[in-house]
Structures are given as structure tokens and as C-alpha cells.
Design a protein around this ligand. Structure first.
Ligand SMILES: [Zn+2]
Ligand SMILES: [Zn+2]
Length: 173
């Protein structure tokens, strides 16, 4: 990692580069572990927390989806970085049926619309994309880059888990 990138990373994540994966609702252990393994391989110190129940007040009857804010409210340590993985369908109006969302030090990913044989790979791509945003990387116009915006699962499957050359330069790891 070059010096300046490292500096940005340490500034945002702290020296320990800790990231806590927090399952909210039922997520297969295997999925959490493979996600953790990948994030460890790119430099994070990952811990996997115990499963939390889906916050009831997140449910919007009107939209039949779950609002993201109550999930972020569950994260008690404001200094820690969390990657929340949930199995329910998420929204953050005006954005409906979302794969993932960022809020400060937290990223949330829903596997609801990622299910199928490729669920692990898809979850990993959405998570890395969110962590990229957390590190101030914007959307990329290369459809194969993990930072490209995905409007559907086909777009997610088309892109790689890695960054294009341009985004790789921005990624501090
Ligand atoms: Zn994005
Ligand atoms: Zn890119």
C-alpha cells in the first residue's frame, strides 16, 4: 500500500483497520465466513458478531420493505465500522428495493434480492462497493468495475469483485 493511501485508510479506519460484520436476521454462517475471509484478504481485521433480530420498527407496511435507519441505530459503538448483512428487503425512500446503503461508518447489505447460486459472490461485490463508498470512491463508468452502479442482479453478476485500474488507485488497500 502506498504511503498516502495508507494515510487515508488509517484516518478513516484507524490503525487496527477493524471491521465488524453484523448479521441482522438469519444469514448462513458460511456466507458470513466467506465474506470475512475475503475482507481479511484485502487488509481488514474482521470480526463476526452474534446475530441480531430484525428491528420491528424498520418495517414499513405501506412499502412492504424495511427502512435502513433502524438497522443503523442498532449499532451501539459510534467509533466502530460495521458491515451489516440482513435477509430482509431494504429501502431508503426515495430508493426502494436496494441492495446496499451507506451511512457514515456503516454499510448495510441485503441478500434478499441477491439469492441464488451466486449469493456469496454477489454479497461480496455489494459489500466491497459499499466499503469503496465509505472510503470516498464514487461510481465508476466501467461496467466491469466493482464500483459501477448496478441497477439489477444482472449488472452485479456482470461486474468483477475487483476494481478497475482507475479505482484501484483510489482504493487504499
Ligand atoms: Zn454505489
Ligand atoms: Zn472503476
Amino acid at each position: 500500500m502506498d504511503f498516502f493511501k495508507k494515510l487515508i485508510f488509517v484516518y478513516i479506519f484507524g490503525h487496527d483497520m477493524k471491521l465488524s460484520i453484523v448479521p441482522v436476521g438469519y444469514i448462513k454462517r458460511e456466507l458470513l465466513e466467506s465474506l470475512g475471509k475475503y475482507l481479511e484478504s484485502v487488509g481488514f481485521h474482521v470480526t463476526i458478531s452474534d446475530e441480531l433480530p430484525v428491528p420491528e420498527r424498520a418495517y414499513s407496511k405501506e412499502l412492504n420493505q424495511y427502512l435502513v435507519n433502524p438497522f443503523f441505530d442498532l449499532m451501539k459503538n459510534p467509533k466502530a465500522h460495521h458491515l451489516i448483512i440482513t435477509d430482509v428487503d431494504l429501502c431508503s425512500p426515495p430508493f426502494l428495493s436496494i441492495f446496499g446503503f451507506n451511512q457514515g461508518k456503516n454499510v448495510i447489505v441485503s441478500i434478499f434480492r441477491l439469492k441464488g447460486d451466486l449469493v456469496k459472490e454477489r454479497t461480496l461485490k455489494v459489500a466491497i462497493h459499499g466499503l469503496g463508498h465509505m472510503l470516498s470512491i464514487l461510481h465508476c463508468s466501467d461496467p466491469q468495475c466493482v464500483m459501477s452502479y448496478s441497477k439489477n442482479v444482472t449488472d452485479i453478476d456482470y461486474k468483477h469483485r475487483g476494481f478497475c485500474k482507475k479505482c484501484q488507485k483510489l482504493w487504499p488497500l
